[in-house]
Ligand binder design. Sequence first.
Ligand SMILES: [Zn+2]
Length: 475
Amino acid sequence: MSPPAFQRAERVGRDLRYRLSFLFPADFVLLIFITCGSGDGAIALAYQGSEVQPDMLVLGRYSVGVGDRFAHQARAQLRAFLLAAGQGVEVVPVWNKSNREHITIGSEPASVRAAAEAAVRELGWSRSWHVDADHIRLETVDRFVPHSDFFTIDVADFIGRAPAEADLAAFIKRHGELAGRIQIPGIDQTIELSRAEVECMAGKYLFAVQEAGRIYRQLEKAKGAGRFITEISMDETDHPQTPPELLVILAAIADAGIPVQTIAPKFTGRFNKGVDYVGDARQFETEFNADLAVIAYAISQYKLPANLKLSVHSGSDKFSIYPAIRRSLTRTGAGLHIKTAGTTWLEEVIGLAEAGGNGLTLAKEIYTEALGHLDELCAPYAAVIDIRPKKLPTRETVQGWTSKQYVNALRHDPACPEFNPHLRQLLHVGYKIAAKMGDRYLKLLEECEPTIARNVTGNLYDRHIKPLFVDRPSQ
Ligand SMILES: [Zn+2]
C-alpha cells in the first residue's frame, strides 16, 4: 500500500474535514473522512469503487438504536452516550421506531425527530445522531421519508419467494466465484459450495434482495443518493442465515446497487424481547465471527461500503453474549449497530414503581391490564417472546407488592432471585396499555421523571453500552 496522501482539507461550516485517500494496488480508493467538531460524525469511513462519492452520510463504527415509545426519554438516553464519550468512546445514538410501534401508540414519525432534536440541543450533543425508520416496507415507507435519515428495509417476508428464472440464471452466471472453494480470512474452514447450493441460496434470497432494491430506489428518488443510511433486515423469520448464505445475500445486494451500511441477519438462538439470549453462547460466537469475516470479505470482493457492519436486532438485554461480541469487535476492529428499543419502556415502568405512590399504583395497573390482555398483546410478538403464563404472578399478588418487590421482579438482574423474565416479557409487549392511558400515563412520566431518568440512563450505559463498547474485553 502506498502511504496515505493528504488530499485536501476544507472547512464546511464549523467542520474541518480532512480527506485522506489511500491508493491500493487495485483500482479502488478508500476514503477516510475524519470530521472534527460538530456535525455529521467524528470518524466516518466510506468506501466506493472507482467512483468517489465524498459526501455520503456515513454511520459511525459503533451505534446503538434506542427506542423511546412515548417520546419522553431522549435526554436520559443521550446521557448514556455522553457517559461513553466521557470514556473516550464514540457511540452514535440512533432513535428508532417502527410503523408497528407508531400504530400501537398512535404517534407520528415527526415526533421521534422532534424529541431527539430537543435532547441533542439541551445536552449540547455535538456528534452525529440519526433517526431510523425501523422495519419499513414499500407500503409503509412514505410517511417516514421527511423525518428519517436512516432506513431499515425489512424484507424478511420476501425470503423464499422465487425470483424470475432469468434473474436467477443471470446471478449464477455472474457469480461463478461463489461455487467452489472460498478461503475467507478469519474463518478456519474453507467455505465450499456447489453450483446447486449457490442456486438454492440465491433462489431463497434473491427476490428479497430485489425487493430491498425497489424500496431503496424509492428512497433514493425521494431523498437523494447518499443522504441517508441504509440497513437491510432479515431477522424476523424462522430460520437463521448461515455465513455462506450471508455471502450470497451480500453479493446480491451489491448487484442491486444498494449502498448498505448495516445488515441484520437472523442469528442462531432466540433473541426474545427484553430478556437474555437463549441458546449456545459459544455457537453464537463462532457464527458472529464468521459473519464478521464474510462481511469484511464481501466489502472488498463486491465493493460494498467499507463501514458495512452487523446490526443486532432485539439486541437489548442479551447479557450472556455481550462478552463474545466485545471480544470479536476488539479483535477485528469491526463496527456494530445494536437495537435496544423496548428496554427503555421497561425502565419507565421500573422508574414509576420505584417512585412509589401514584407511580407504583400505575405500574400495578399496567401489569393487571396486561395480564388481562395477555393473548392480544403477545400475538404480534409471538416469534420473539417466550412467556409461560403459569409463571406470571396473579394480579392480587402484584397489588400487594412494595416498590422494591415490583422493581426486583421487573429489573433485568438475572442474579436477583425475585427477577421474573415472564413478567418482564409481558410488560415489554404491554406498552399498548400505557398508550391507552394517554395523558394519565404521560403526566406520571413527568412527575416521576428523576427516578425514571436515572433508570433509563443507568440501564443503557451500565448494562449495554459499557460491556459492549467500553469495558476491556474478557478472555
Ligand atoms: Zn428487528
